[in-house]
Design a binder for this molecule. Sequence first.
Ligand code: GTP
Length: 597
Amino acid sequence: TDLDRIRNFSIVAHIDHGKSTLADRLIQLTGTVAERDMKAQLLDAMDIERERGITIKANSVRIEYPAKDGKTYILNLIDTPGHVDFAYEVSRSMQAVEGSLLVVDASQGVEAQTLANVYQAIDADHEIVPVLNKIDLPAAEPERVKENIEDVIGIDASDAVEISAKTGLGIPDVLEAIVHRLPAPKGDRDAPLKAMLVDSWYDSYLGVVVLIRVMDGVVKKGDQIKMMKTGATYKLDRLSVLKPQMVDIAELGPGEIGVFTASIKQVRDTKVGDTITHDKKPCAQALPGFKPSIPVVFCGLFPVDAADFEALRDAIEKLQLNDASFSAEMETSAALGFGFRCGFLGLLHLEVIRDRLEREYDLDLITTAPSVVFKLHMKDGEVIDLHNPADMPDLTYVDHIEEPRIKATIMVPDEYLGDVLKLCQDRRGIQMDLTYAGQRAMAVYDLPLSEVVFDFYDRLKSVTKGYASFDYSLIGYREDFLVKMSILVNDEPVDALSIMVHRDRAEARGRAMCEKLKDLIPRHMFKIPIQAAIGARVIARETLSAMRKDVTAKCYGGDATRKKKLLEKQKAGKKKMRQFGKVEIPQSAFIAALKMD
Ligand code: GTP
């Protein structure tokens, strides 16, 4: 295909501003599933079935658009992962296209994720077309939001396209804007093959499917290709474009985007950002900026029922087929038995994986306190990455400890600003910037990641009634006075509750955790001391008094069915408990105990 008939773009938006709805409309309006393919599709229902998995993950799509100038263009939309944890993947996808549609909800304005993503687009030298969505809403204020875009982002929004992705209003204008305002890709057809690995996923029928953007040269089915960073070579089995189902194609030239399969076993063999070339005639230089994504947040995952360990292992292996950015190593905890220490790209990533394990694989899990990676500078000069507070060595060998810091951007209506500043201050934040645009403020803070991994986002939402938006990026490591705090229940340390905490905050945290645990642990037949300690020194203590009577006693022994029900309920509750020495601790306590409020 002629380069000047191709347009590659992504859609940048804050969550819920309408990215998916707009993408659906673009596909629908251009009748991307063409009539002649329709029949083939119906005949091959099996194919559709098995490809459904792909279209869900890859919202990337190739659209053919007959423009008003009489020419037909190929528009490739590449979907970018929506959330902050995948910043690196977002920046890679941005390198694969030349332009972006900046979608902003005309009743809301610019939010933190809009900002983070649009900066990535600007960094990738994109041409940007602002699109104001939801103008069908009575609350839409397109003029105000245009000003807002200009003030906050600093790009010209005077000719923003005004649309309603819901009603379809303005969609043809978006298509024309893509063709006429976004640049065509560049590339040399005669040069050796140079393609970027943009994304990959696992399909149970096809194996690993790899999404690529060709920069130079031509790739054909059957070609012997090489991944430059991993050095692995493969023969291409199948080469297709996504419409959005896979449609086979003979070749992909410069500027084109498509997928291939090549008997690749695991997603981890494909590195996002890697350069793909021909094995026999490689390109001279790989694409710049390849870097593996590194897990930054770790937590332990243990089955509530120890018998589910094998099931948990299987489930983790299955999820890893599709997500190479999440790591898992077997871990044994004195208190929790066998489980896994898992690493994630960020908090949201952790939550997504944990939810999938619980829902899709029907597992009851104990999640230990999320922890960041601390750098222990030992007295002998060695630097150790500490992934688990339980592994903290004797302090006498440690010279100093560094922790990761983030730059957090928070956008919030004025009236909640005070609460937001207080929250950031409470979490050891250092203010970097504070600006106003209209009735909204933007606060930029340097914060310890460890203070954010737990419930920062929940707290932020609750103090701002959901009106704040938040985004962050890692900025580096810094030394601070950090200590390991352990929790002892009935004089036994519960390793899963150990946390690293700033020395000045240890007492307050310890007290809060003991109080919480006192409420969360059910009474037993004996008194239970709950203590927080740094080393051998107890810094907070609560006592859970002994239970006086049987729970069924209040049923007067009369109503047998009621009594039975109560006992059953108690038994069901037990399933979600773990035994620590003589004490049973409910699963929910592990997370709840750590919440700060
Ligand atoms: P995520 O996929 O969650 O990141 O969100 P998104 O940005 O893709 O937004 P999505 O397309 O899912 O739309 C969010 C909500 O806004 C949905 O309930 C849509 O129905 C609604 N919506 C999208 N476009 C419009 C519009 O033009 N007008 C109105 N009134 N609602 C819209």
